[in-house]
Design a protein around this ligand. Structure first.
Ligand code: SF4
Ligand code: SF4
Length: 238
């Protein structure tokens, strides 16, 4: 029997076509070019605000005023469309960057059953990161681990649960009380409420991330219980 030229056998005696197989695309590795750090809307949860504020040595109220829009709900981008933290050498807050920055070019959504679903986002035309990360399985887990996304995902999940609890709890109040409570919680669009401004609810000097998250959630739950019990002054519950 003749063989094709250059088709040499592998150690198991089978012909090898390894050189003819398409190479797998390179795994995603951000080149940190910063191209995707412009013209975005990056939503922040309260713990992300807290992490960024502490990275800069600020209280959350100061950070919200200086670096966010909608009173702490979105990272502020400049008039040129670029994130305020983008510098010629990269992200100035890289260790504390928000979850959205860690996941890109993946997005995270909830399906109709409330389950997390990772989705591919449109890539910036200049993105040189290689093939997009996998959407599931071990490859996704490795990508998330490489981005240090674990604590940020945990915080996001905690705030989704907390938001549902607060929404359901406030829905049971009489309309006038509910309006006042929602104003305290969310602010007025210019001034942050207790949701966004973690240091107003927690301890301003605290620097422990896990304690900040659990403390914020616990105090907002106490605040809700106060409203449900007919309290008029939130201060009694912090
Ligand atoms: S926080 Fe950092 S990574 Fe995120 S958009 Fe701004 S510069 Fe880019
Ligand atoms: S455009 Fe791509 S390579 Fe550049 S910073 Fe964003 S993710 Fe990284």
């Amino acid at each position: 029997m003749s063989r094709l030229k250059n088709d040499s056998p592998d150690p198991a005696g089978q012909p090898s076509f390894a050189g003819l197989r398409p190479s797998p695309p390179p795994a995603f590795a951000c080149a940190r070019c910063g191209a995707c750090c412009a013209h975005q809307a990056i939503q922040l949860n309260p713990w992300e605000v807290w992490r960024l504020a502490r990275r800069l040595g600020q209280a959350t109220g100061e950070f919200i005023a200086r670096h966010t829009d909608n009173a702490g709900l979105f990272l502020r981008f400049g008039p040129d469309g670029r994130c305020g933290f983008l510098t010629p050498t990269g992200c100035a807050v890289h260790p504390a960057r928000p979850l959205a920055c860690r996941l890109y070019p993946l997005g995270l959504e909830a399906d109709s059953a409330g389950q997390e679903v990772f989705t591919p986002l449109p890539r910036h035309p200049q993105c040189q990161g290689g093939a997009s990360p996998a959407l599931a399985g071990a490859a996704l887990a490795a990508y998330l681990a490489g981005q240090g996304a674990g604590p940020w995902l945990a915080a996001q999940r905690a705030y989704v649960v907390l938001a549902r609890e607060l929404e359901a709890g406030l829905a049971g109040l009489e309309p006038p009380a509910r309006r006042r409570a929602e104003g305290e919680l969310l602010g007025d669009g210019r001034e942050p409420g207790l949701w966004q401004d973690l240091d107003r609810v927690g301890e301003p000097g605290m620097n422990d991330p896990a304690a900040a998250l659990s403390g914020h959630a616990a105090r907002l739950r106490r605040w809700l219980a106060g409203w449900r019990a007919g309290a008029k002054r939130k201060d009694a519950y912090f």
